[in-house]
Ligand binder design. Sequence first.
Ligand code: ITT
Length: 201
Amino acid sequence: MKLVLATSNKGKVREIKALCEDYEVIPYSELIQEFEIIEDADTFKENALIKARAVFKALKEQLPSEYEDIIVLADDSGISVDVLDGAPGIYSARYGGKNANDKDNLYKLIEDIKEKGVESSPAHYTAAIAIVTKKGEYSVHGWMHGTALTKAIGDGGFGYDPMFIPLGYDKTLGELDDEVKKKLSHRSKALSLAKVIIENF
Ligand code: ITT
């Protein structure tokens, strides 16, 4: 079964491929020209659906002979920090500004937590996964709870991982082995639910 990922985030592609070894997983940019998708909804779920629908529609138009067997999967995710009332949440990708990269976002979040006068805060990651096929649309969620630090340690994972310690651990996702995140993450939890849907097609 061909699973086409509606994402241009290389960290997500790497993790989803590692979690879906039984499927042929292809980022949509390997099939058609990458295009801008405006994520203007106010929930993870709706933004994931916007991405999956946009890529499904583009594949249907540009690869009409292949789209019938394609499952499009999108991931919309982010980190929510308690001391910041849940920010950045759905704005995680652009927290450091319109053209911010992962490092800009990470250090902006560290500074904002520091400004609250604390060294750490409870936080959680959310992942909404949307699936769009010719048979319909589906969505599932997963969460990972832990602590957001005011420093970045390690270079594993991606995005905010160097400042996040998962519940039950004393090291950041930047330091921990990839296998730990693979077992615990918001993305792996959402994907295990997504697989139940996919396997029942
Ligand atoms: P696509 O929309 O193309 O999938 P994106 O990076 O814009 O890529 P999102 O809109 O879902 O994706 O934004 C997710 C943000 O949250 C982004 O800044 C990530 O770095 C961060 N994020 C999501 N999951 C993460 C994880 O597992 N570890 C670290 N950071 C994560």
